[in-house]
Design a binder for this molecule. Structure first.
Ligand SMILES: *Cc1c(COP(=O)(O)O)cnc(C)c1O
Length: 419
């Protein structure tokens, strides 16, 4: 499928009159339609709730858009909890799915009434000593082994640091029951960025069967089952997007087969999607500022891996559109690079693109999740602004770009940098 950006050259020419490149731009309309679709697809489950994985796009304006559809927040650190709290999420609207958790973060989560999703059996005692055991708690399950769909290996939970083993899960929930927990949640995240409609139904089957056993063996009330994140998006033009209705039907089928006959037809489902909620509805807009002809053909842009780390970190593919040249033939092979003193600072390697001239705007697709948020300050590079393209076509700045003052702020005790 051809990938088309949600903005065109004229819009970007207008936006750059006010906001210089590079910047991340988000498509409010796309975000809203997708959130509504998710809730519609899962409307058969009465308690369904999406806890947006804050780490994907930690921006209060984005969180507040999702909040309008009933989404909560999935947090994994103190500052994420603080952001959720500041945005008006509270109590059952916040899931705290962390691991290797510092004591003060458990204490803060408990204080704001977040649902704690424990990552390990030893955290039961740890939590109890810090702030006591709440009446509602969730546990993260890791069945180990290799997670396969047909013959395709999806991921390798046996190598993942997260979660309780099966034995620990039964033992842990028994201990928690005896300590007075009234309602339990069960969570697992077994594969990431899955571009298949089969992942959630397969995961649901594992979790539902486990939940029935827990309920029967321990006599506990499982209130919610959390399918977590992992629904992917088609970063490449040849990938078929997931169909959330098909996914939901697959989950409903196993729900009806496993939970309903066990008398557990009241279990609420929840998700902690990040990528699926935001990735396609954000892009990184950057300008070609250099061309270089050496052993290869290079285009140097004004963004770098500090603005988008995925290609440098995992060789991730991000589609690129040269604005105004959407229909031009892709007959030039380029490496598209940033300025970091790191040779992996390349948004694309050997990519066929239309001929690029200096001053051309490039749209790097699908950066709405795990894009800005993975940014960093290597080489003293500063993080860009985040802009929201509103439904009426206007643009709102939802985070300003960093300035040198931000970069030097952690030396504010020295008096060296006077602004
Ligand atoms: C990262 C993460 C998510 C979101 O993952 P996506 O791949 O963005 O859907 C959800 N839950 C937990 C616990 C995570 O760590």
């Amino acid at each position: 499928m051809k990938k088309t950006p949600f903005v065109n050259l004229e819009q970007i020419q207008e936006i750059t009159k006010t906001y210089p490149t590079p910047f991340h731009l988000y498509d409010e309309k796309g975000i809203r339609e997708n959130a509504a679709r998710l809730y519609d697809a899962f409307s058969w489950n009465k308690g369904f709730k999406e806890y947006f994985a804050v780490k994907a796009t930690p921006n209060p304006f984005i969180l507040q858009i999702l909040q309008e559809y009933g989404c909560g927040c999935d947090c994994s650190s103190l500052t994420e909890l603080m952001m959720a709290d500041a945005c008006g999420f509270s109590g059952r609207d916040i899931m705290f799915s962390s691991n290797d958790t510092p004591a003060e973060e458990f204490a803060f989560a408990r204080k704001i009434g977040a649902t704690i999703n424990l990552d390990d059996i030893t955290h039961i005692d740890f939590l109890e000593q810090i702030c006591g055991i709440p009446e509602v708690i969730s546990c993260r399950y890791n069945p180990g082994g290799i997670f396969k769909i047909s013959n395709d290996i999806m991921d390798n939970p046996g190598e993942a640091k997260y979660g309780f083993t099966t034995e620990q899960l039964f033992e842990g929930m028994r201990i928690l029951r005896d300590k007075g927990v009234k309602e339990f949640g069960l969570h697992a995240f077994l594969a990431s960025n899955t571009v298949t409609n089969e992942y959630y139904p397969l995961l649901a089957k594992v979790l539902f069967e486990t939940a029935v056993k827990l309920h029967e063996e321990l006599g506990i009330h499982i209130g919610f089952i959390n399918l977590s994140g992992g629904i992917g998006i088609p970063y490449r033009p040849d990938q078929e997007p997931n169909d959330i209705y098909e996914i939901s039907r697959g989950v409903k089928k196993v729900y009806d087969e496993i939970l309903v006959p066990a008398g557990m037809g009241d279990v609420s489902l929840c998700t902690e999607l990040g990528r699926y909620m935001l990735a396609p509805y954000g892009c990184l807009v950057t300008k070609a500022i250099h061309e270089k002809h050496t052993h290869k053909e290079y285009i140097g842009v004004d963004a770098c891996a500090a603005n988008l780390m995925r290609p440098a970190m995992y060789g991730a593919y991000h589609h690129i559109t040269v604005l105004g040249k959407e229909d031009a033939p892709c007959d030039h092979k380029y490496d598209v690079t940033g300025s970091l003193c790191e040779n992996n600072d390349k948004f694309a390697v050997d990519r066929m693109l239309p001929e690029i001239e200096i001053g051309d705007y490039l749209v790097i697709h699908d950066t709405g999740a795990h894009g800005y948020s993975m940014g960093y300050n290597y080489n003293g590079r500063l993080r860009s602004a985040e802009l929201l393209l509103k439904e009426d076509g206007s643009v709102k700045m939802i985070r300003r770009a960093e300035t040198p003052r931000d970069y030097f702020a952690t030396f504010d005790f020295t008096g060296l940098f006077k602004h």
